[in-house]
Ligand binder design. Structure first.
Ligand SMILES: [Zn+2]
Length: 87
């Protein structure tokens, strides 16, 4: 294996590692937005209002009209795992 091969291999592994990071970072961001189920501005529980075509759940705060979208499962424990709509 030449030095060039090694550099190419390492670069590839690094790229794969970065790609693997993207969903993890997304999950952490959504968890932060979810804020334990409460609006960070006033501590009022989110009100579920819609599920988009990708299965993301939309939540809004009735007090300050802040809106968040959660796409990962396990964050909001939404019934159906976010698939389909349910009230
Ligand atoms: Zn609020």
């Amino acid at each position: 294996m030449t030095l060039c091969d090694r550099v190419i291999l390492l670069t590839g592994l690094l790229m794969l590692g970065l790609l693997a990071m993207i969903p993890i970072v997304g999950f952490i961001c959504e968890r932060r937005w979810w804020n334990g189920g409460k609006c960070p501005n006033d501590g009022i529980p989110w009100r579920y209002f819609d599920t988009d075509s990708q299965g993301g759940r939309g939540y809004t705060c009735d007090s300050c009209d802040k809106t968040i979208w959660v796409s990962y499962p396990l964050i909001d424990n939404h019934p159906n795992g976010g698939k389909g709509c349910c009230k």
